[in-house]
Design a protein. Sequence first.
Lengths: 198, 562
Amino acid sequence: MAEVFNVLLVGVGGQGIVLSSDLLAEAAARTGLDVKKSEIHGMSRRGGPVFSHVRFGTEVHSAVIPNGAVDVILAMEPMELLRWASWAHPGAAACYLDAPILPVGVDGYPEGLDDELARLFGRLVRIRLAEIRRSVPLKVRNTALLGAASVFLPLAEDSFAAAIAALAPRGSAQANQEAFDIGRERAQAQVKEPMDVE
Amino acid sequence: MVRTRLLSGNEAVALGAWEAGVVVGCGYPGTPSTEILEALAGKPGVYTEWSVNEKVALEVGVGAALSGGRTLVTMKHVGVNVAADPLFTASYTGVRAGLVIVTADDPELHSSQNEQDNRNYAIAAKVPMLEPSDSEEARQFIKLAFELSEEFDTPVFLRMTTRLSHSKSLITPFDGDAPVRVEGPIRPGFVPDPRKYVMIPGHARARRVAVEQRMQRLIAAAETHPANRIEWPEGIDTTQPADFGVVTSGIPYSYVTEVAPQAPVLKLGLVHPLPRTMLRDFAARVSRLYVVEELDPVIETQLKAWGIECIGRDAFPGIGEFTPTIVAKGLGLPVAEQTLAPAIEAAVRRPGLCPGCPHDHVFAELRRKGFIVSGDIGCYSLGVLPPYQAMDTLLDMGASLTVAQGMDLVVPADQKGRIAAVIGDSTFAHSGITGLLNAVWNGRDGFYIVLDNGTTAMTGMQPNPLSGERMGRADAPSLDYALLAQAIHIPDGQLAMVDAYDTEAISTAIDQLAELSGVRLLVVLGLCLIEGQKLKRIEKLDLKKTVRRELVRHHPVGGAHG
């Protein structure tokens, strides 16, 4: 892996970005890597855009990702993926939950949004809400997306399981783990990594 | 006690304070400082409270420190303005046991009304200030701060910033399974010393001199303080001046080491007072000296006053937060050339009141009726944004009532009686009540609305003197609006309490009270939705709702109070 791996997790206030990023950071820490994460709490939680930077590697200095250095974006909403895309470098991967949450005063998203996202990200996983609506409860959809994003992350699957066991809110570890597994399966079905083809 | 070694800056401050034997922690909630006391609360051997405001918190802290207990007082940057009165004189009295004040500054104004740089307070109040760069340093620096406070008999600032408070990084593992607490060296007990603790002018003149002498000793100590260090990367020829070097501190240090790993760095952990000799000697070893500091040019100005050439504001902005990219550009280093470029513009998404928020109807009505709204600090400040656009001023905690009083003195007849002040419950207790008293005492006209949602919602649900709970959700007496109104002589018919979801009652109350003269107080009661979910989990929701229904029933519009 590169010296430092940079993941940006984005969504709308209340979608569980903070827990997802805690799980990711914990998984990296349990892998024995240096980790830093950064986010802003407070006013943004009230329906505004929410973001969290997670960086891991042998040694991490800044908790904030430099512009254009994002390797993977996890987005809980399509417009939020578009909003943060310019933080990523060409060749970055992304996964997003295709469940639009329209901002106040916006009647609909422009046509071609999904095509534009596909154009920007050569490696892209799109989780349609319909495919997980029944199997993944609302409260753990963030963890399903983390499972989906995990196919792009240089971390072992069991490090996520350990992080979930350690950090999931009381009584929700199993539901989170199941959501993670479903997300990961969906993503694996979508990406055809060269190593899978060989 | 700690499940993971990844801690936020705020959690690390709490851990370090606990390890250092802190016995009292107090403060007022304010982003980004709030999580410090929340992480400290409930730990063994320490009393924690949310105080009514920051001035109260610091005064409680001074009393505790003078009596021999290590004390931590936390607040956001603007909270120090409220606490400035005791701060400047506590510098004179000294502390006996360690007194550390955390100021959590907010470069970029993520959640604040201004972007003040509180390093200026350390200079003005003549107290030392430490500034960590990551969570482990926050944990260690709070211990250094207690030691500095006791050794030099002074309050000490620990400066955090939003990015530091809310970032997580790994801390050094504990020696065993759990952190170890070491009690402070001072024995509890108040030892009278009026010449030091009673600041009448005659005593204070002598202490004024003692403060200057202390500052001279601190300046000398800064040269060897363990929080300051020089990092000279390996492989650089030390016989020649380096191409450039950097003086920095706090979070910007992490950006410097990110983008310029080859640069010599003087990292300041003690940001006041500055180590003059150390800085001069470092400057002599580099061809160009950069100062990388967010907000005010505090270090740069001092260096230039000492005749040390450096580049600061000429290369770096003085407004807003830095990023690794901003620091790289300022140092003349390359930044990422290629980034993804979306062809579609992202839709604007603003924060807003939560769907179903109890403040919704009040703002809708105030806007519909065309009031000039004097606002205050809290979630409801979002009432300024669409769809409400129903707030005309917002200044500081408690200013809604008093700014409205000033407006009323000068506005022409057609605007008179069309001014309303809105304030939340926690803000009302913090510094709104004095404004209410001012209006009644001075025989003024004023229409004041308390939006009581039962909690300090904006900062994440902290109890306050109106919520019937204190720190840790223990039951507490709740201020009684009706008795308060009675005590300060607001007539019965000029006080009303309404349900936040009863749109008709709100509309009627506003119309009727707006017609009257004198001071009128309208209390709109509706539990915060997020707080309601939490109350439901701990089975307190029904009780709180009942209490509120009774208030509404007993204090209807028109004053037929039962």
